[in-house]
Design a protein around this ligand. Sequence first.
Ligand code: COI
Length: 356
Amino acid sequence: MTNISTYEIDIVTSENTKIHDVDFNNLQFGRVFTDHMFSCDFVDGKWQRPQIMPYQPMTIEPSARVFHYGQAVFEGMKAYKDDDGNVFLFRPEENFKRINKSAARLAIPEFPKEYFFEGLRQLLSLDNEWIKPGVGNSLYLRPFVIATEPAIAAAPAEAYRFMIICSPAKAYYKGKVSVLFAEKFSRSADGGVGFAKAAGNYAAQFYPTSLAQKKGFQQIIWTDASTHEYLEEAGTMNIFFRVNDKLITAPNNDRILDGVTRKSVIQLAEDMGIECEVRRVAVKEIKDAARDGSLKEIFGAGTAAVISPISAFEHAEDIFELEDVEDSYASRFKKAILDIQHNLSEDKHGWRYEVL
Ligand code: COI
């Protein structure tokens, strides 16, 4: 074990690596973690000196508020390596802004920018070997904050822990995804926390999604809570519909996650000369388009999922299958995004952030 103190961060390195036990060709998403983790506590009204240490279990009191009130937010990011060994993040500033926006909504104190970026840099430098080059490979990064203060009291905590853990990743969804359009359950409501990456937003989807899975669908596309007439997001990804040659996606609001991949697709559509309407998307409109053959594609966009084509959907017992289309928008956007992320194409919007 080596103790190092760098710019503002105390580092204890792992004595050995687990990397040789990992089959990088057969990774299950989010199951294997690298040798190190980043941790920073908020106590006495301020964020303390951050630490990087070997990945390990940690001790938290059972009364910690996160366990009782779900005061927790997180982010999803990825690191990519090019063939020359350079390491990149994709639009990390967006993740930094979003975790603090999520935190503010859950009454969690703002995390300092220099700790976030320096923490990522040091962590990736130590776990560099875990980032494999090649399109399709990435290191998934999970920054998160939890309320650690021990207290059974339904009020914001006075102590928190900000952490970053890393997991080598390939595709989140293997193959195509089939979905149910929500008719009864809701993911979020006006004035709620749907826009935030709050842990509870995900937990609340597990039960309805498990019912959908029993019917053979992997995911739910959530509809607006008040009428269930408008399609919003899939929970693990934002959703795009291609009707003829036009793309349609729901607007951001306080119910929908402001996805980094989503906003990249909207920009890339403009670059490619593809019309993209950002507006409410009616369930009826999509079913009508499926019936008259103008619905060409549905795909999800998210950090973990990248771009995931939807092969079928069900609503009110009506099932629609989507046929493969040649030169699909999904495959064009996926390639464009992966090429930028892996330093294989021009980055005209400055989305690539070289870390190492
Ligand atoms: C991501 O896309 O990074 C997410 O956080 C979604 C999660 C369900 C894996």
